[in-house]
Design a protein around this ligand. Sequence first.
Ligand SMILES: [Zn+2]
Length: 411
Amino acid sequence: MKNTTRFLLLFVGAALLCACAAPSKRAALMAQAAKGQANQELLNRVKMPQSQDPQAKSRPRDVTVRVLLAENQKSARIKHTGKVYIYTLNLDKKYKISSPGTLAVKALGNGKVQVGTLQSAKTVVLEPAVNTLLGWNNNSYSGKIFIIPSGKTFHLVEYVPLETYLYGVLPYEMSHTWPLEALKAQAVAARTYTLKSLENVKNQHFDLYSDVRSQMYKGGGKQYDSVKQAVDQTRGEVLTYQDKLFFTYYHANCGGGTDDVRSWNPSLKSIKPLAGASCKTDSHSKSYKWQMNLPRSKVETYAKNVGLSGTLKSIKISRKTDTGRATNLTIRTSKGSKTVPCGKFRLATGIRSCKITKLSVRKKDVHFEGKGYGHGIGMCQDGANGMAKDGKNYKKILKNYYPGAELQKIQ
Ligand SMILES: [Zn+2]
């Protein structure tokens, strides 16, 4: 860990928020700060033990996010590059190892775990000292790793400060070699998305997955300079609409224009920043245009899974948006026909997007041609890259892809 100043207290309370908010917005922001506080309470419902590292006191506070690294493990080997503190939540068992090494973690089969020399039926915490990183599964982590016993297995959950979490998200959602202003736009989008996700946590032990179910995350220990700059230079900045956080969706390539969030999921509420935007800077990417052939059997299997058996006869776009993105497809087989949401069809079959420009059922396969990659909602990452290359800053990029949203610094 290079310095301690990167940690941030986002929700420091209404007083600080008032200092940066126009009077008309104070009430809403105070309400939001209160929500942030509620989130903190939510996050702390698993008892947080006192830090065992004396140097950790110098770290400014930040929102803690709990990221699920792995579920139902039977064993794991966790490396530590320096001093590590190992203890149970109530500190009835604790010890430390001062030099680098590897800790063996094992489920004992009786509801207990063994972590190094410590056996426990309760959660065991691995707290790396300030300059230590924990290594697992080829990723490195600077947060505390909680080993949570669960029957004959255990879960690994990292408790990590929000800004450090973002260091480990950005490079896997956007290339670290892209222009800084595109990375900064991604940092604001990812930060907003994360905080919005914390408003409605469903799982008892964690807030976020470390994969596409939340955002890709491979640990905040490995830091790219460009990513660190992008996160640090936008520290605490989030997007709001009508003074509320919203899900700042993003995707690889929109194929020349994004769409209303309802085109992807009709049950979601459309708001101005998620109602579609123009995109003139994404055609340089190889994701802009695509074609692929799906075996007929793949489409037939999908149809069968949604209740339509038979031999595939035809598949047609039955509804699409103004930008040409299919919202519904109608599949016809020897047994009948069924209309399905294209978004679900895309996820099940792996077609790159629903902006389908050509579709034909052939003898052996189904031929698709289309534009873009992903759901086409919110920020188009290739378009953000193109805008940054054209000299636009991250604020302009965010304004283009989330029209009507405001950049707020909650710090
Ligand atoms: Zn685009």
